[in-house]
Ligand binder design. Structure first.
Ligand code: NAP
Length: 278
């Protein structure tokens, strides 16, 4: 059973933060939501009041089989997924040498491979209907690098590169891809319940400062407003491939693009010198 006038949204990491606000905005606009998260119980609490318009499902995106099962359950219940929001993710922060290999792998497993598991599971249904929209939540850290977040940025650059490429691949199939690049948004992202810092013993000279903690609760971006922006993008006939969320993101990205352009220009001749004279 689905509402013909509404879309079916499938959202990962929907129990709190940006994912929960996108779900609430979609529900308020009359859409149907498959709200997924690592544990079922908090989802059932959060979405209790919405009854049949929400299907809460347990989904740890790191688990490919669970991703396939959740997408299958969504199809069984609603017959389609119109909008996939790959939002689940967390930050592994701190100087690179403080990060253990296993923690780095776990960071990629959630932020990158998990997002790919859910996307892979959802695409056949979208291709069959020749419509759909994949919204991937990257970060301003997927646009430019930041000190103390090399690995987090690496995962978000991966999400951005994946999304840009997927947008090209899927356009002929009538499926849109948008990568959302938020600045600092006031959620639990920097709270001890979400963020992870490095745990390795490090040589002298390596900063072990948890420098991002000071921004917890001070972030300028509002997740409710971010959700409203995402709703408006999804409603567009021609959604953009990239969307920067927040004035901080716009400012940082434009500085990064200018710096990139300056470097490109400064070394244009050397770059071109590599062309073969075959
Ligand atoms: N807030 C920011 O400043 C900011 C900026 C740029 C990008 N982002 C990105 O925005 C997305 C949402 O973050 P947020 O700000 O809303 O933070 P949040 O309040 O900490 O929420 C993160 C959500 O992701 C879920 N999650 C984490 N690992 C998961 C996994 N393996 N499987 C399924 N769900 C998982 C969490 O589930 P649990 O409740 O089970 O922990 C939680 O629901 C993330 O991808 C983040 O990187 C955030």
């Amino acid at each position: 059973m689905h509402m013909d006038n509404g879309k079916v949204w499938f959202i990962t990491g929907a129990a709190r933060g940006i994912g929960a606000e996108i779900a609430r905005a979609a529900l308020a606009a009359g859409h149907t939501v498959v709200a997924t998260g690592r544990s079922l119980e908090p989802l059932q609490q959060v979405y209790r009041e919405f009854g049949d318009t929400v299907l809460p499902l347990a989904l740890d995106v790191a688990d490919e089989a669970q991703a396939e099962a959740a997408v299958a359950a969504a199809f069984e219940r609603f017959g389609r997924i119109d909008v996939l929001v790959n939002n689940a993710g967390y930050g592994l922060l701190g100087a690179f040498e403080t990060l253990a290999a296993a923690d780095i792998e776990a960071q990629f497993t959630t932020n990158v491979f998990g997002l790919m598991h859910v996307t892979r599971a959802a695409l056949p249904g979208m291709r069959a209907r020749r419509s759909g929209h994949v919204v991937n939540v990257s970060s301003i850290g997927g646009v430019t690098g930041f000190e103390g977040s090399s690995v987090y940025c690496a995962t978000k650059f991966a999400v951005t590169g994946f999304s840009e490429s997927l947008a090209l691949e899927l356009a002929p199939a009538g499926i849109a891809v948008t990568v959302v690049e938020p600045g600092f948004i006031r959620t639990d992202f920097l709270d001890g319940s979400s963020v992870r810092y490095g745990t390795r013993d490090t040589p002298d000279g390596v900063s072990t400062e948890r420098s991002y903690s000071q921004y917890n609760g001070e972030q300028p971006g509002d997740p409710v407003r971010l959700a409203a922006a995402v709703l408006s993008l999804v409603a567009r006939e021609q959604p953009p491939v990239h969307f920067l969320a927040g004035s901080d993101a716009v400012e940082i990205a434009s500085t990064a693009v200018e710096k990139r352009q300056r470097e490109l220009t400064a070394d244009r001749a050397l770059s071109q010198s590599v062309d073969g004279q075959f």
